[in-house]
Design a binder for this molecule. Sequence first.
Ligand code: ADP
Ligand code: MG
Length: 895
Amino acid sequence: MASGRNGFPRGPNLRNSSSFKSKLPPSSAVRRSSPGALGAGADAVSGRVRVAVRLRPQNAEELEADADFADCVELQPELKRLKLRKNNWDSDTYEFDEVLTEYASQKRVYEVVAKPVVESVLEGYNGTVMAYGQTGSGKTYTLGRLGDEDTSARGIMVRSLEDIFSNISQETDTVTVSYLQLYMETIQDLLNPANDNISIVEDQKTGDVSLPGATVVEIRDQQSFVELLRIGEAHRFAANTKLNTESSRSHAFLMVQVRRSVLGRENDFTSEHDVSSNGVNNFKPPIIRKGKLVVVDLAGSERIHKSGSEGHMLEEAKSINLSLSALGKCINALAENSAHVPVRDSKLTRLLKDSFGGTSRTSLVITIGPSPRHRAETASTILFGQRAMKVENMLKIKEEFDYKSLSKRLEIQIEKLTAENERLQKACEDEVERIKLEAQKQISEAERDCAEALKEEKMKCQMDYMESIKQLEEKWMLNQTKHASNGFIGTSHAAEGGMPSGNDEVSELKKLLQNEVQQRKAAELEIKNLKDCLLKSMKPELAGGNADIFNLQKMLEEESQQRKKLEEEVIVLRHQLSQLTLEASQTTSCPDRSRTGNGFVGLDSVSSLRHLQFKDASDGERPSISNLHEKVGLHKILSLLESDDPNVRIHAVKVVANLAAEEANQEKIVEAGGLSSLLMLLRSYEDETIRRIAAGAVANLAMNEFNQELIMAQGGICLLAMTASDAEDPQTLRMVAGAVANLCGNDKLQTRLRSEGGIKALLGMVRSRHPDVLSQVARGIANFAKCESRAATQAFANLGTKHGRSLLIEDGALPWIVQNANNEASLIRRHVELALCHLAQHEVNAKDLISGGALWELVRISRDCSRDDIRALACRTLTSSPTFVAELRRLRIEV
Ligand code: ADP
Ligand code: MG
């Protein structure tokens, strides 16, 4: 027994150390007591059961009863020694881990006995604090005091929980409590007394002992724990009363499970907020540490030795004996490293399996009283403590992965991600749809633009192509002509370029021209001389015939009388005329309608030239003129046209011209021989005005088909042609051209008109460049071409004969036509376009049109002409003529 005297501290526990893996012990106490564990393993560390002895102060009864006796124990706290008196002269000395005197405060007891255990529990180890001692020695005082009135009296249970609560996180950690008592091998639930037969379940694998039937209450604060303890104590008291027993006969177990989420705070699902950056690797399950603190208030140890007398007490004593002696046996076996530890002998040892020889950090407080009367009990208690100090536990951290929480969190995460994914997918689909629509829109726009641009480009290309082909053709033609004229000069010159030979030609032509001019001048001079000679030779002849002279003088007298009469009439007429002229000049302030008002809008030959009128003879005059001719008589007015007086002639012609502007007068004028007189006036070179007015009158008369024939019959075309070549005034030319243009519209007169120089006269007038003149020329050409075309068609239809080449082409009108086919003035352009179309209708003209460059214009007309009918005509012509079709194919031009 005395061997325990120096049982502390001990060396390394060789039995266990070999199996240890390196891990720092949870507290310095462990390190100190079991240095062998250092640097060994990771899983477990050696942790000896620590034992403190606490001496209760003498109570009132002892003070009295033991007054004459010395205490049986003597404490040496600074040496952590206890002396147990054997007799008056001898004592045994024991060392403990802690020696707590009767003056030790509850606080100090807690710090020495329980605090290291509580700290271990907070770190995830199991921990046991157990009190062992005789009834009345202060076990309950040490463990279970609530300290309601005096907080300094609070026992280990209350202080442990206080410590736990101040060290855990309310968010991630939980504390659950069960409170039970073991009485006669029956486990009763102190939190639910009805639950009075709780069975122990052992995990075969881990050896863990649990009580699944016990009430587990989660507590969140100290106050609710104290309440729970109070309830438990009340139930314990009630249960013991009912069983007619005492609390000292049962073992009380307080079990506190502390569940802490270790990585929960630092490492816990940052991925929730930032999944992508942390990735899947961060989905490590959180680690849960489950430390369990067991506080055991054993039944009084004296029961081991005392057997009850009979009945129930006997059974009870047996039972208490059984469990406490089983505990002693186990402690002995563990202390001696015995191979067999009889844990299964009682429920107490089964419940304490982990506390002694298990993984728990265990702290035992043995309580003793000072009284020598209980010396034996005290000695037994001390020996129990000494043996317990030899028990080595293997502290093992209780931690596990919190898969449940991980899976829950992952589920939430998955749900979140699924929702996010759905949202993104929807957004993506929407975006794709939007882009698709946008793209389709852009594609169709681009296609449209492209088609338009293509069309435009094609058109432009065709035009460019046409232009270049045209130029090449022209060059080629020019070369051909040059070759033809140069003849044998050969190709060597052509290769050098035509310029030198062209210059030679020009200078040669200039020379020729100069010669011609000189010759002409010489001829004129000769004619003048001859005229003079003729006059001189005629004079002697006149002097010779006296008889004839007498007759002549008589006739002269008659004539002069006649003349006098006429002169009187003339005076009257002149007076009337001057009055009319005055009236007319007053009305000239009215707008000049002769040019603008007439508007040669139509293209038909006869009707298109409305009454050509003059500035000095406006509408306002006509009634007076009508009156005049009624008053004076048309014959007389016409006769005045031949008056010697130029003024009279001018006035007369104005009157006649204005009369001729009225369709109603035209017939009368012609009947009275007015047409002949007007034509005669065209001969007079000296007065431009007379010629202009006369030509206008003729033009007006030429609107009528009958008159046209008459004009032709009287050689009018020659006169008009003469005037055309002599006159300079654009208005005169305009009138002449108008007259000829009207004549051009007569089918019957075509051949004659041309043979008498009508077409040449028209073409000659283009030298004027005045648009009014050009417009009449164009109209004439268009009229002529139309009649020609009509005649050709009829000839072919009636007789099947083919008409010859166009007289217009014969007379060299084509270059001008081609040049003016795109004239800026729309009126000219339209006449010329129409003329071209008529010419092009006959295959016989096709070759000339092509070589004359008219094909290009026809193509242009077929594309650009603003008049639908002309455009269609050009198109039809181009596609129906085999010559044109072939040429266009050769030039690769599409119509
Ligand atoms: P046990 O639970 O061991 O049977 P108790 O704790 O009930 O003993 O103590 C018995 C009596 O002794 C109680 O009245 C208690 O107040 C008193 N007592 C025990 N220990 C001390 C102590 N250290 N200081 C003062 N009184 C004590
Ligand atoms: Mg007690």
